[in-house]
Design a protein around this ligand. Structure first.
Ligand SMILES: [Cu+2]
Length: 257
């Protein structure tokens, strides 16, 4: 993360402090890391790091309240403002691996994702599950995490696009009330999002990059479990909005073949 700081406080020295956040059952190293921001012409010394207090490592509310304050300071394009429900892609992370067939399930089975899931059969199976999008389509994805097992959150990465991160919450996503909390004014434009254990995030983007694009948890182990899918974006109606054809001479061969 890159940050900009306005040095508009009294001349002096200030701690920058951080500690890990972990929402899984496996604790991370709980060290507090500090740095010192020192204004020119300020006195050296006098800081006492015993005065630093930070939220506990597993304080989910503190983490959500912090990330909800991250805004886009360079808005050059609005996110899709109205996404028709018939092209609304809702994805349950837990469900993404659950079905066989050709198409990704756009309406996953509904259950209490964040309830008591001990003994809940993940039911994973092999399958090829892709989402096909028309060029320029406005897309919304809701990623719903569960409380299943002992793991924490998931860093979900999308190739081919940056998306607007328009919403975040704890618990089960509510299709009626949660969209009212979306930030459609200055949402961050990013390509990786952390979905907290037992929480959800809402993303929007325009499918304006034709091709085949992988979306996956960036824990490679989770991706190998099936926590991934593919977006196939069809060509547009012009050369400039279509994938270039292979060269007339054929595709170049790898050296040695
Ligand atoms: Cu994951």
């Amino acid at each position: 993360m890159d940050v900009l700081v306005s040095t508009n406080q009294n001349i002096g020295q200030y701690y920058m402090a951080m500690r890990p956040f972990s929402d899984g059952a496996f604790p991370a190293t709980n060290n507090i890391t500090t740095g010192i921001l020192q204004y020119t012409n300020s006195d050296v010394g006098g800081l006492n790091n015993s005065t630093i207090t930070l939220p506990l490592m597993n304080d989910v509310n503190a983490a959500y309240n912090f990330t909800a304050r991250i805004k886009n300071s360079n808005v050059t394009q609005n996110p899709p403002l109205n996404v028709p429900t018939d092209i609304d892609r809702r994805v349950s992370i837990a469900i993404a691996t659950n079905n066989n067939g050709e198409d990704f399930p756009l309406n996953p089975p509904v259950y209490n994702y964040t309830g008591e899931l001990t003994g809940f059969p993940p039911g994973t199976s092999l399958g090829t599950r892709a989402v096909v999008l028309n060029y320029g389509e406005a897309v919304e994805i809701v990623l719903q995490a569960t409380n299943f097992g002992a793991g924490g959150g998931h860093p979900i990465h999308l190739h081919g696009f940056s998306f607007y991160w328009v919403g975040t919450g704890i618990g089960n996503f509510n299709n009626i009330t949660d969209p009212m909390s979306y930030n459609l004014v200055d949402p961050p434009l990013i390509n990786t999002i952390q979905v907290g254990r037992g929480g959800w995030v809402a993303l929007r983007f325009f499918a304006d990059n034709p091709g085949v694009w992988f979306m996956h948890c960036h824990y490679e182990r989770h991706s190998s479990f099936g926590m991934d899918t593919v977006f196939i974006v069809r060509n547009g109606t012009t050369v400039g909005t279509s994938i270039r054809p292979p060269p007339a001479s054929g595709m170049p061969r790898c050296p040695g073949t």
